[in-house]
Design a protein around this ligand. Structure first.
Ligand SMILES: Cc1cc2nc3c(=O)[nH]c(=O)nc-3n(C[C@H](O)[C@H](O)[C@H](O)COP(=O)(O)OP(=O)(O)OC[C@H]3O[C@@H](n4cnc5c(N)ncnc54)[C@H](O)[C@@H]3O)c2cc1C
Length: 304
């Protein structure tokens, strides 16, 4: 079936599901980089059942689709996404205690909401997520981490849908959580929720730790500019930011994209950056760092 026909069919199907969608939606509005062309359809499914129906329809009609959370680790191309973007932030926002240590959490819950919820219940172990500007689904997918902790330390299991919409679950030992890697970075499943386990803590101590980590971020990271956080993964035995600085690349720019003067591991959008600018700058950095140090920098940000 031709693409346009398949999209028209999907639109009609979304109407029967009472699922709101936006056509030709600018991805600039949905990414922390403030970059990206239009998504053919931008959809925020409200429930597992609706997401399952949409996934199976996309599969049947051969429509490319992207599942995303808060768009804080995405670089979307200037030509946009020719397919359906399925964003979890419109649903999947359930948060509940299921016993004294365990939280059930939807994939669309923001990391900040989860941190506040854990604080209210005096549960420690989640403080590292304070200041990571994504959803819990994105954090599980990426095995997000900071200041010595990662999702692997708190994630007990994840619930997901397969590409044909079948529900399933992976327990901790099946999640293959490693540095910025999970089983989901290698398959095409959609995370719908998870169980998280914390340890009993003191509310004042938890709050102080969160405040301390946020203060460290604010002093070191260029949070006043749109970005996707660290653009490169940490290479074994090195720090990407230190290598970039050592190669004299701090402040280097292409169009509206620049290596931050404050933190060389960040590429910032100074106002009018395109995805092409960011990609060209990434390539320049990778080339120069490799020539001068022999280290190959690998992107952490996900290209769409
Ligand atoms: C200022 C700043 C600071 C940051 N600091 C950190 C940090 O300290 N540590 C860190 O690890 N990261 C950091 N990041 C990066 C980013 O916030 C994390 O990677 C975050 O976990 C991404 O979550 P998200 O919801 O925004 O995911 P998105 O950017 O929306 O998506 C990222 C990837 O996850 C996939 N994905 C998202 N949700 C789902 C789902 N439900 N099911 C299947 N796949 C899904 C997407 O397809 C995509 O491939 C930072 C980013 C910024 C802008």
């Amino acid at each position: 079936m031709p693409f346009e026909q398949a999209i028209a069919k999907l639109k009609r199907y979304l109407n029967t599901l009472n699922c709101v969608y936006f056509a030709n939606e600018s991805m600039r509005e949905h990414t922390s980089f403030k970059i990206g062309g239009p998504a053919e359809l931008f959809i925020q499914p409200q429930s597992d059942a609706i997401l399952a129906d949409i996934l199976s329809a996309c599969k049947k009609w051969n429509i490319p689709r992207l599942v995303m959370g808060n768009g804080s680790n995405l670089l979307v191309s200037d030509s946009g996404f020719r397919g359906a973007v399925l964003c979890t932030t419109g649903g999947f926002t359930n948060l509940e205690m299921i016993d004294s240590h365990t939280i059930r959490c939807g994939a669309g819950v923001k990391t900040s909401q989860l941190c506040i919820f854990a604080l209210e219940h005096a549960l420690s172990g989640f403080e590292f997520l304070w200041g990571i500007p994504g959803t819990m689904g994105g954090a599980a997918f990426m095995n997000a981490g900071a200041y010595g902790s990662e999702m692997v330390d708190v994630l007990k299991c994840c619930y997901h849908l397969t590409p044909d919409g079948t529900a399933g679950k992976f327990s901790a030992d099946q999640l293959d959580l490693r540095y910025r890697h999970s089983v989901y970075t290698d398959n095409d499943y959609s995370i719908t929720g998870m169980l998280l386990r914390g340890s009993p803590g003191d509310k004042t101590a938890i709050r102080e730790k969160m405040d301390d980590l946020m203060a460290r971020r604010k002093s070191k990271q260029p949070l006043e500019y749109p970005s996707a956080g660290s653009i490169f993964k940490r290479p074994p035995n090195h720090y990407a930011a230190a290598l970039i600085e050592q190669c004299g690349l701090k402040g280097r720019s292409v169009g509206g994209a620049a290596v931050s003067e404050k933190h060389a591991g960040f590429i910032i959008n100074t106002g009018s950056a395109t995805a092409a600018d960011v990609k060209a700058l990434i390539e320049q950095i990778q080339q120069k760092v490799f020539q001068q140090t022999g280290v190959q920098l690998e992107c952490e940000v996900r290209m769409v």
